[in-house]
Design a protein around this ligand. Structure first.
Ligand code: NAD
Ligand code: AHE
Ligand code: ZN
Length: 374
């Protein structure tokens, strides 16, 4: 069949809207009509050329929601008409990682996914006979896409596509980092670096978890009002203080010994210098720092080992530690029940033709989440 897509033709180049050829689903695969997709900073990261796994031409996008149009041989858990959210972290429930119960990082199809291919090593997308690569196993910047059955979460059919697409990455990553990865407890103090589409969801996750002090850090002062909407109690612009680490340590001083530091800190910037700041403002003895941001090729993190010797822990999280087929339908229900907010964070919606404007709005800090509606 033919479908419309925004194709990433090369690093740093604008996406090109074109008609592409899409082959139907093979065994174990599902054809999905994408109804809406968010634009995440990770799409920009790959488009910019900073992603070591970046490959062109490709159809980017990994934060979608849509409807099953057709299923391939052997598909048993989904049928035509089901509402679904694509999962860049699938959940096969039978690989050693899924069975370990220690991680959400299913390994069933990770190797081919990283090469921009379906599990059988081929692509379903092409233009004029030339192969177009898939992206993160999702390619939601196409109106129709094909995914493995294990990479789709079946969700409440009453939920609006233009809102729940955000659960396909940003919402789940932010809230999951708090609940699944950090396991934040009531009364905790926390610092969140980077108040964009992910950081604001970390903040709403911290409020859900019952954190007392929620410090937001961003170089953009407009993010103060945004953070406060979702539970932030203090805001710091690191360019307006001498030393952001000392500032946070001072702000969080408590107890007879007056040792400061946050119980939990989160990097949502992808900047390795910020990751170091986030670790070093975590509390001596028990502070945990969670890396969410994705750093470009060649970037490395560093700190004095003494920071770890004295009890701080450095952790990372992908997709907020969520097991997609199990957890994503629950998060959609939380949204439908009013337990979490999504609508105010979606600041811009646009047709596919305007997707490059959506990237510009994100890069300039003017949008929190831009969503393309097909
Ligand atoms: P975004 O562009 O919406 O937000 C980034 C925010 O960081 C902006 O508000 C910006 O002003 C702020 N910022 C930039 N430099 C800063 C600095 N030096 N100090 C403080 N704040 C700074 O991006 P997003 O969609 O929220 O994504 C954030 C990061 O998370 C990206 O690196 C993205 O690739 C990554 N990400 C990771 C996962 C995962 O599973 N680990 C999932 C989604 C996104
Ligand atoms: N391809 C990059 C890494 C990109 C990355 O870390 N992606 C996150 C999701 S970001 C979503 O917005 C992730 O899920 N990582 C786990 C995985 O298996 O990719 C690189 O550095 O090569
Ligand atoms: Zn993302």
């Amino acid at each position: 069949m033919k479908t419309r897509a925004a194709v990433a033709v090369g690093a740093g180049k604008p996406l090109e809207i074109m008609e592409v050829d899409l082959e139907g689903p093979r065994e174990g695969e599902v054809l999905v009509e994408i109804k809406a997709t968010g634009i995440c900073h990770t799409d920009e990261f790959t488009l910019s050329g900073a992603d070591p796994e970046g490959i062109f031409p490709a159809i980017l996008g990994h934060e979608g929601a849509g409807v099953v149009v057709d299923v391939g041989k052997g598909v048993t858990t989904l049928k035509k008409g089901d509402h679904v959210i694509p999962l860049y972290t699938p959940e096969c429930r039978s690989c050693p990682s899924c069975l370990s119960r220690k991680t959400n990082l299913c390994t069933a199809i990770r190797a081919t996914q990283g090469q921009g291919l379906m599990p059988d090593g081929t692509s379903r997308f092409s233009v004029g006979g030339e192969k177009i690569f898939h992206y993160m196993g999702c390619s939601t910047f196409a109106n129709h896409t094909v995914l493995p059955e294990i990479a789709l979460a079946k969700v409440n059919p009453d939920a609006p596509f233009d809102k729940i697409c955000y659960i396909g990455c940003g919402v789940t990553t932010g809230i999951g980092a708090v609940i699944n990865t950090a396991k934040v407890e009531i009364g905790a103090t926390a610092a969140v670096f980077g108040l964009g589409g992910i950081g604001l969801n970390v903040i709403q996750g911290l409020r859900l978890a019952g954190a007392d002090m929620i410090i937001g850090v961003d170089i953009n002062n407009d993010k103060k009002t945004w953070g406060e909407k979702f539970g932030m109690t203090h805001f710091i612009n690191p360019t307006e203080v001498d030393d952001v680490v000392a500032h946070i340590v001072n702000l969080t001083k408590r107890g007879a010994d007056q040792i400061g530091g946050a119980d939990y800190t989160f990097d949502c910037t992808g900047n390795v210098k910020v990751m170091r700041q986030a670790l070093e403002c975590a509390h001596r003895g028990w502070g945990e720092s969670i890396i969410i941001g994705v750093a470009g090729a060649g970037q490395e993190i560093s700190t004095r080992p003494f920071q770890l010797v004295t009890g701080r822990t450095w952790k990372g999280t992908a997709f907020g530690g969520a097991r997609g087929r199990t957890d994503v339908p629950k998060i959609v229900d939380w949204y439908m029940e009013g337990k979490i907010q999504i609508d105010p964070m979606i600041t811009h919606t646009m047709p596919l033709e305007d997707i490059n404007k959506g990237f510009e709005l994100m890069n300039s800090g003017k949008s929190v989440r831009g969503v393309v509606v097909y």
